[in-house]
Design a protein around this ligand. Sequence first.
Ligand code: ZN
Length: 483
Amino acid sequence: MEKQEVKKVKKIKKKIKIHKKAVLITAISLILIAVMVSVCFIFFIPNVKLLGDRVITLKLDDTYEDSGVVATYRGKDVTDEVKIEDNIKYGKVGTYKITYSIKKGIFKTEKKRTIKIIDDIKPEIILEGEEEITLCPGKEFEEIGYKATDNYDGDITKKVEVEETDDKITYTVTDSSGNKTTVSRKIIRSDKEGPKITLKGNSTMYLNKGGTYEEPGYTAVDNCEGDVSDNVEVEGKVDTSKVGTQIITYKVKDKSGNETKITREVYVSSPNGQGGMIYLPFDDGPSNVTDDILDILKKRGVKATFFVINQSDNLNYLIKRAHDEGHTIGLHSYSHQYNVVYRSTNDYFNDLDAISKKVKEITGEESKIIRFPGGGSNTISKKYSLGIMSILTNEVLSRGYHYFDWNVDCGDAGGAKTKEQVYNNVVNNLSHNRANVVLMHDFQNNYKTLEALDDIISYGLANGYTFAAIDMNTPLVRHRVNN
Ligand code: ZN
């Protein structure tokens, strides 16, 4: 037992000895290897050192100049032998490398530099239309249009995000590099425009005393609210027992408080001529203004008288129209030539018969209402037949004609050069206590009378006059005979 144990101990001691030896050998070997590697580095492996930063960031348009490397080998500068390679794409966003390498024998050294090309320019958003938009309260905004462009990505309109709040529309776009642009449109909710009221019927109406006024109606449309006719308030009443001007007021307010007010004027006049009668005879037509005269008379509901002469047959339709619209067609003269008409009684009646026949052919009715060329008081007839007017003025009456001179002269055949003069010549000479027969002309291009006509009618109606066509019951207005 003892012997055996001693043997064992000897064995262990021997083992430890051997082990110590191995450790020592290994350590020495490692040191030797380290020395050899160092030697290799110093003597066999080339050395490359980067100049400048390892990572460089460039903007798209930047130009880049590389600061290079310094290379040494066995203590000597071998920078010239360094091979430089890169994968840079200038003008393109990306991360690139520059590789510097040198090889000596079996040893190769490589260094890398990182080049980042970035886009830091924001996209641009262009709004079509105004940047500030006024909308009706509650009305939905309708996009007018926009465009987004980026220096790098080009057209990126499709990437625009639109956000809508009650008072603002926000447009946001981000380019592929994350640059973000935001623009906005201001929305102003406001309605400053009142509704528009449209009157049915005429805004100026003419009624006979004792007649019935029926409201012709109205419509009202608001720019924001649409049809608001039901909200219209009508103020005022027409009392047809009173002659004169009466005003009806139409008012409407929209929800924003904009009020619109318009009026209709109603003229009540006395149909029995109590306020005075006005007869408007137009001499020497028809002409190229007859149509317009008839339009005004029609619009105003006024009847007048046309003392016609033999004009071109192309104008016959105007005589027909005047007749059909309730105006009186009076006989003035066929030729309207004093030297023919006033040569003799016979000549006068031949001429009168000729125009009478023509009128009857056109209208189907025989007219017995006449006006002498130059009027009953003319003196020019003396030149052709002395005393002829004294004969004719009696003879026409005995033949059943009524002839009419005038007591108001609008001056359109003489002094009146403007429509204002025509108007004043008429209105300043009207009288409430008589039949006012006005001398007016239906001449070719007689625009002064045409332009004054509507105002003359307004004045007459507003002042209680009644307009009428001359008929066989009209009081004869005659001048003193001078030949
Ligand atoms: Zn005449």
